[in-house]
Design a protein around this ligand. Structure first.
Ligand code: ADP
Ligand code: MG
Length: 246
């Protein structure tokens, strides 16, 4: 369903991703683990095209795009791909000047051109799913971090993306608040939401993910089922990194 082939990303002379090949099956959850600076965020950003790779090919469902060092793809091609994805950030990034429900309806109305009533109906459905319907008209600043992240997840899912990309969705939260976010992500996983998440959180990586990809120095060092990677990683580098996770 999602295939990256030979993706390269450089910032100036700094090569951050090197020939990344990755396949994500529909309905699966993949955890992206690796040390700080290994390229996890950049890899997620290369899938929703917040960053444009210099080489390789990306396919999401039936949409495909190729990259080269000689130029950026056309805006309409970038839009076509990024609309297939939803992104959840470490720091939530809700719009502070919009209420909870407006945070969700905004993109549906302005980007997807939905009518307001259809957008509100969809937003209410999603708020219910993440257990935030009671905060429908609240301002983001009045919510706990866990509540903000649940709204951010609802917002990302609103246009029914093919894949939910999560960049360390629990790492800005203390352990208690991160539990409620883990519970929402687990429920989404059980419902068959396709997800790729960068995380240092063992509850996400070991308990929710089907597959684990270990990234180090911009290269995929090892990947496999989460059971396989966590209990019998083949590479010493993977084993030693896993022992640092909490
Ligand atoms: P991770 O998420 O695994 O911590 P990142 O993808 O954030 O890693 O960063 C990987 C490398 O890319 C780091 O060396 C970082 O400094 C560099 N990098 C990331 N984003 C940019 C950027 N916008 N401009 C320049 N360098 C960047
Ligand atoms: Mg990161």
């Amino acid at each position: 369903m999602i295939t990256l082939s030979q993706i390269d990303k450089r910032f100036g002379s700094n090569k951050v991703l090197n020939k990344i090949d990755l396949t994500i099956k529909e309905g699966s959850v993949t955890a992206l683990i690796g040390p700080s600076g290994s390229g996890k965020s950049t890899l997620l950003r290369c899938i929703n095209l917040l960053e444009i790779p210099q080489a390789g090919n990306l396919r999401i469902g039936n949409e495909e795009i190729s990259f080269s060092a000689s130029g950026r793809p056309a805006k309409k091609d970038i839009r076509r791909i990024c609309q297939q994805t939803g992104m959840v950030f470490q720091n939530f990034q809700l719009f502070p000047h919009l209420t909870v429900i407006e945070n969700i309806t905004e993109g549906l109305i302005t980007v997807q051109r939905w009518t307001k009533s259809k957008a509100v109906k969809r937003a209410e459905e999603l708020l219910h799913k993440v257990g935030m319907q009671h905060k429908r008209d609240a301002w983001p600043a009045t919510l706990s971090g866990g509540q903000q992240q649940r709204v951010a997840i609802a917002r990302a899912l609103a246009p029914s993306p093919k894949v939910l990309l999560c960049d360390e969705p629990t790492s800005a939260l203390d352990p208690e608040l991160s539990l409620e976010v883990v519970a929402v992500l687990r429920q989404l996983a059980n419902e068959g939401t396709t997800m790729l998440m960068a995380t240092h959180d063992l509850r996400l990586a070991a308990n929710i993910a089907n597959n684990v990809v270990f990234l180090d120095g911009g290269e995929i060092i090892e990947s496999g089922t989460s059971q396989g990677i966590f209990t019998q990683a083949k590479k010493a580098r993977t084993q030693s990194f896993i022992s640092t996770l909490t």
